[in-house]
Design a protein around this ligand. Sequence first.
Ligand code: SAM
Length: 473
Amino acid sequence: IPSIFLHPPPTIRPSPTPVIVHLRRDQLLPLELNPFKTTPNETLNTRFGHFPHKTLLGVQCGSLVKSSLVGNDRKRKRNGEAEDDGAGGDAPSGFIHVLAPTPELWTISLPHRTQVVYTADSSYILHRLRTRPGIHIIEAGAGSGSFTHAAVRGVYNGYPTGIGSKGKVFSYEYHAPRAEKLREEIREHGFEGLVEVTQGDVCKDGFRLQMGRDMRNNAMDGQIQLEEGVEKMGVNGDVCEEDSEESPEATAVFLDLPAPWLAVPHLTRNHQVPTAPLPIPSLDTPVPPTNTGTPSSAIAASPTTTNQTLISKITKSWGPLHPTLPVQICTFSPCIEQIHRTVSVLRKLSWTECEMVEVQHRKLEVRRQRPGGMAGADGAYSNIEEAVRKLKGVVGWRKRPIDETEENVARKGRENNNKRRRDFDEQDKNPIVTTRLEPELKTHTSYLLFATLPPPWSAADEEAARLRVEVEK
Ligand code: SAM
């Protein structure tokens, strides 16, 4: 079944994936309408009213749902006639909106297990990592899974899980309960096949996948059991061969952990470049270009190449990165010293184009105010003197001199009112535009460090390229 995060259904229906209840602009909560865990008799109790699950099922996603105990129901309840809804107490007559989940809504409603990456940052990071359908992304640590969800949307190629789906997020988390909780969420959210969670310390053990880890541990314990998956990975006999172990072959990496510079040295390519030049093509046979991502071994074995004299040896070694494509990295660190350490390690290891960015996402609330309007919620007086003068004016009008006739008072009142109306009309034409910062914008201020690992290019490649140009001439 395709994930409702990626294929929102038209109506709210029972599902292991939670729906999102929108209470207020800044207050959203995930709600399980899971037929295996909850029953339609259960009730969502909020400060905006009580909502039995059965009143939410079947409504259109995005709909406003009124609290079930309003109007006649409330009256009947007061008279002891209404059924007991189990909510306890009288219900406020409010409303909520029920929404289909999206990665962005999940980010602002998920149960926090750690600090999380918010959409202002994750959208920029995914853009700079050149995320597109079908690519493989590594993320460490996974934490509460906020970035994981955003990344899934980026790599998902539109096919429901398992049918031609190629994009994938490889998540690493060393805190075992957090890794387990994320696995559970991935299952419930329908992301199986799109996210693979591995529990481990990437700074110490690198980015090997869980299955490879399990095999090595078993080999060490002398408890090798050849399972179906193990055979698929090309393991010979009872020895775990490093070269044949599965690799994420990622082209994008996001590191959100305290010491990213310790993880960077583990980010190597899955297969090293050939130590000998690539074959020289003859003029009449088509040849795949050198750096298209085709592993060098495939080029060597290709039936379309001739003059295969120059490839003699390909150095193989396991690494989590794609063998040939450029790789983008982003690290997320709260202080500049951490950035310095990461930059120096990245540079030593041939990463280029290091650039640091801080996303200063601010939302401005823009209002129009009357420059000299009535004081009150808007506080529209421009200074104290003006406020006092206006106040005196109002009080003076209200204080009635002893010799004033009723008629005079009424006339002065009318004149005063007319003048104020004219003033307001004038001020309405020239309002002051004021702005203020939205107070509770959620962002986690950190520095984003970006870098690129260029495609491998050796002296041998250079020589082969030169020869190819000559042949073409
Ligand atoms: N990006 C996550 C999100 O959006 O929800 C939040 C990540 S949280 C700030 C950092 C996580 O990194 C923690 O859960 C921590 O356990 C994990 N972590 C720290 N060091 C690690 C390491 N060496 N290997 C794997 N995970 C690590």
